[in-house]
Structures are given as structure tokens and as C-alpha cells.
Design a protein around this ligand. Structure first.
Ligand SMILES: Nc1ncnc2c1ncn2[C@@H]1O[C@H](COP(=O)(O)OP(=O)(O)OP(=O)(O)O)[C@@H](O)[C@H]1O
Length: 445
């Protein structure tokens, strides 16, 4: 059994000579035997973090700690970590057995001991029958297993895996991810696993670290990161189908709170525990995140739950359930980079709004600029709502389909609504997530 090891990064930062800040103050602890995935969109710094931990790059500032000890500068082997790359980096002219044996040939083992170790690992990974082949004669999945075997063969105490399954097809990938996670657990190997595939990240990990533009957004068990996202980015990045992100403004008349979605309202009654933290945000712009599961069709809209009304725009039948897109006249918060990275001014609408402003008033002109609304195919009914909320059509939305404001819900088979049908959706307030204009979560108690 290999000795296990803990890995930590402490305010790790990497700025490349061209000025690219690839990793920005990332602190992550991977406990002994723990499986942590680094998840994020392309370019967010995942691979660089892994390379810094492996010693293949030098940090600009911050430290890597192995078993609590800062590691010295220098290449990997002294760190006793072994890395598996996307392309497996197997030696094409060596057989599978020779490839697995390679790290052993650098160590003190006798040839007989090395052969025994190769046989043992090959058995564990189910590749004994492939030992005499060369990498060129293997399938993607087999090559991946051989790369894992080679990583296990050395004296490594931890796995660093950089998208090891990205070159295998979808079916095999599902099989291998279970296998890799099970193997790492069986061997109690500390594992840091890079992926941009959220299913992989969520299903394999003890904890998921979500990164964006070199910064750690959140780290936690998969369920927690999904249910309790700290930022709008995490909420938008995790989950299939993608969460519905709707622009809203908080309006807090006497007693209750209204979330003004432009053309519709979600009302929180006076006794609701979520009212109190929202009252002080009267007229603040927010993003309302409702995952597909937070909205369910109801036949009778007279129940106590708030509802959104809309028209069925499309029905995507997945066999066991359908994803139904409902046009609601709401305005999406763009989930693209700019809107999440560069918050709007955060100015309160109360500062901008005044009743019955004369035309030509500077504030009104300013409001007019905030509403570029050029969507002739679907003119917004929301230029000014009863409560004064002006949804902002971000230029980023222009490239999106005309029904970008539609919400997506799941409907179990076989009760499928028909396209064009009006539909009423109950909003599960327990699943309602709100974020302020800088993308931070507003805690509702
Ligand atoms: N040697 C380098 N010089 C300059 N910039 C670099 C270098 N290596 C990486 N970068 C940049 O640093 C950022 C982070 O890159 P990194 O490879 O860590 O991202 P990633 O999250 O692993 O992306 P992917 O999922 O596409 O592999 C990117 O903007 C990338 O272009």
C-alpha cells in the first residue's frame, strides 16, 4: 500500500511572462486520500494549478505544501506525485509492460520485484492481457488504463490527473470515470483531478473546486456546491439543464416583498422568513436563479405558491422526462462572461426613479439609455412596470435566440404539455436563489 499524502496550495499565484494571470491566489487543501476535482471553463487555470503542484511550473507567489511542508523549487519526482496527462504520454516504442515498468526502472527495485509489481498493477487494472502490446495497438480506454497503471507503478503518493478521459468516447468515459474514482478510493490515493466536464467533476469527487479566471469561486462537496452556490457564476455553471437566470428588482411595499421580473411578479407574503433580509434591498436589482426543478406546472393557479405564467415554446422529449421551454416574458441575466465579471453599477433604482418625471429630464434620459430593448420581434411589455423595474437588455443577449427569456422546466412523462399551450408554473420558494449585481449570493435566512 502506498503512503498517502495531503496536498495544499496556499495563495498560489501564477503570472506568465506575457502578463497572463493564470492562477490568482488559490488556496485549496486536499486531505490524505481525498478526491478533489478542479472544475471550470477553458482557460480558468486548472491545468496550471496541477502543473504548479507537480512542480512543472514555478509559482509567481504562494506555496505548494505536501503533508504540510512547503515544497522546494524543482521538478516533480521529489514530490512523489504522479501525473497523468490528457494525451497519456505513453512511450510508443515500448510495450505496455515496459511502459508500466518505466518509473520502477528509476527506483531501487530489483528486476524481479519490478516485474512482480507490474503484474500486480496490471491485474488490478484488468490489463494483464495487453502487456505485450504497444500503445498504438490499444483503444483510447485501454491507453488510459495503462497511463493510470504507470502512474501507480512509481513511488507516487498522489495522483494528479489532467482531463485523463477527454480523449475517450462518451460511453466509455462514463465507465472509466466510475473505474478511476473507485480505483483511487480503493488505493486511498490522494487525487487532484482536472476537468471541464461537470458530470465528471460532480460524480467522481469528494469535493469540487469551481474556478473562474484563475480564482477559486467555491469548494465543497458536490451536493453543497450545487444546492448552495456562493456566486452567480457557480449557480449558472453547474446543473443541466442550465439554471434559469432572470433579471429582477426587489420591491418592498408594506409587509411583503415583490420580486419584479418585468412582466411578472413573484410575491413573498409578509410572514415569509425570506422577507426580512430582502426588505432592506428595496428597489435593488438582482438575479433570480430558478433551476428547472424549482418550477413545476400546476393546473390550478389559485394555490398559495407564487406562479409564473407563460406559453409552451418547445418540448424536448428525453424519454423518461421532457425539457419544456416556456416563454414567460421575463428578461434573462446574460450568463456570459461580461455580465458576471463586470457588474452593473449597482445603483439603486430608487436613486434613478422618480414618479412622473418630465420628458427630457436627465434621469429619464438615463433610464432610456438603460433600455436599449431593440427586439422588434418581441417588444418588451416591460419598459416600465407597475413597480418601476426596467430590465436591461444586455448587448450580450443579442446573439441569443428570441426566446432567451424563456424558462426551462422538467416535466415527467407521459403528461406532456403541447407547444403553444398556456401554462402556469408554481415557484418553489425554497429553491429560489438570489444574487446581487456583483454576482454574490443574497442569503435569505
Ligand atoms: N505558458 C503560458 N504562457 C502564457 N499563458 C499561458 C501559458 N500556459 C497557460 N497560459 C494561459 O493561462 C490561462 C490558464 O491556462 P490553463 O491551461 O491552466 O487553463 P485550463 O483551465 O486548464 O484550460 P483548459 O480546460 O482549456 O485546459 C489561460 O489563459 C492560458 O492561455
Amino acid at each position: 500500500m502506498v503512503a498517502v499524502v495531503s496536498i495544499a496550495t496556499d495563495r498560489l499565484t501564477k503570472v506568465f511572462p506575457d502578463g497572463t494571470v493564470a492562477v490568482d491566489g488559490v488556496s485549496i487543501e486536499v486531505g490524505s486520500g481525498e478526491f478533489v476535482t478542479l472544475l471550470g471553463p477553458t482557460g480558468c487555470g486548472k491545468s496550471t494549478i496541477l502543473r504548479l503542484v507537480a512542480g512543472l511550473e514555478e509559482p509567481t507567489s504562494g506555496r505548494v505544501l505536501i503533508d504540510g511542508e512547503p515544497v522546494r523549487a524543482g521538478p516533480g519526482p521529489n514530490r512523489q506525485l504522479s501525473m497523468v496527462f490528457q494525451d497519456y504520454a505513453l512511450y510508443p516504442h515500448l510495450t505496455v509492460a515496459e511502459n508500466i515498468r518505466f518509473p520502477l526502472s528509476l527506483g531501487p527495485d530489483s528486476p524481479a520485484a519490478a516485474s512482480a509489481r507490474v503484474a500486480e498493477i496490471a491485474d488490478q487494472l484488468g490489463i494483464t492481457g495487453l502487456l505485450d502490446r504497444r500503445p498504438g495497438q490499444l483503444s483510447g480506454g485501454q491507453r488510459q488504463r495503462v497511463a493510470m497503471a504507470r502512474a501507480m507503478a512509481g513511488e507516487s503518493r498522489a495522483f494528479l490527473l489532467d482531463e485523463p478521459l477527454s480523449n475517450v468516447d462518451a460511453g466509455l468515459r462514463a465507465e472509466l470515470r466510475t473505474e478511476v474514482a473507485a480505483l483511487a478510493r480503493r488505493l486511498e490515493m490522494t487525487t487532484l483531478y482536472v476537468t471541464h466536464d461537470q458530470v465528471e467533476a460532480m460524480t467522481m469527487a469528494d469535493r469540487v473546486a469551481v474556478l473562474r479566471r484563475g480564482r477559486l469561486q467555491q469548494i465543497g462537496p458536490p451536493g453543497e456546491v450545487y444546492r448552495d452556490p456562493r456566486t452567480l457564476f457557480v449557480a449558472a455553471f453547474l446543473g443541466t439543464p442550465r439554471a434559469n437566470l432572470l433579471q429582477a428588482a426587489i420591491y418592498a411595499p408594506d409587509g411583503g416583498v415583490l420580486l419584479d421580473l418585468g412582466s411578472q411578479l413573484i410575491e413573498l407574503p409578509p410572514g415569509d422568513p425570506r422577507v426580512r433580509p430582502l426588505r432592506e434591498r428595496h428597489t435593488e436589482r438582482v438575479t433570480c436563479v430558478l433551476r428547472a426543478d424549482a418550477l413545476s406546472p400546476v393546473p390550478d393557479p389559485s394555490g398559495p405558491a407564487p406562479v409564473l405564467r407563460g406559453v409552451v415554446r418547445s418540448v424536448e422529449n428525453l424519454g423518461h422526462e421532457a425539457l419544456v421551454r416556456v416563454t414567460t416574458g421575463t428578461v434573462p441575466t446574460p450568463s456570459g462572461q461580461a455580465s458576471l465579471e463586470q457588474p452593473t453599477s449597482g445603483q439603486h433604482l430608487s436613486e434613478l426613479l422618480a414618479d412622473d418625471l418630465p420628458a427630457g429630464h436627465p434621469v429619464r434620459d438615463r433610464l432610456a439609455r438603460m433600455i436599449p430593448h431593440p427586439r422588434p420581434e418581441q417588444p418588451p411589455a416591460t419598459a416600465r412596470t407597475e413597480y418601476g423595474f426596467y430590465p436591461v437588455y444586455d448587448p450580450e443577449l443579442r446573439g441569443e435566440p428570441a426566446d432567451a427569456g424563456a424558462v426551462v422546466i422538467r416535466v415527467p412523462m407521459p403528461v406532456l404539455p403541447r407547444v403553444g399551450e398556456p401554462i402556469t408554473l408554481a415557484v418553489d420558494l425554497d429553491q429560489l436563489l438570489l444574487f446581487d449585481t456583483s454576482g454574490d449570493r443574497i442569503r435569505l435566512g
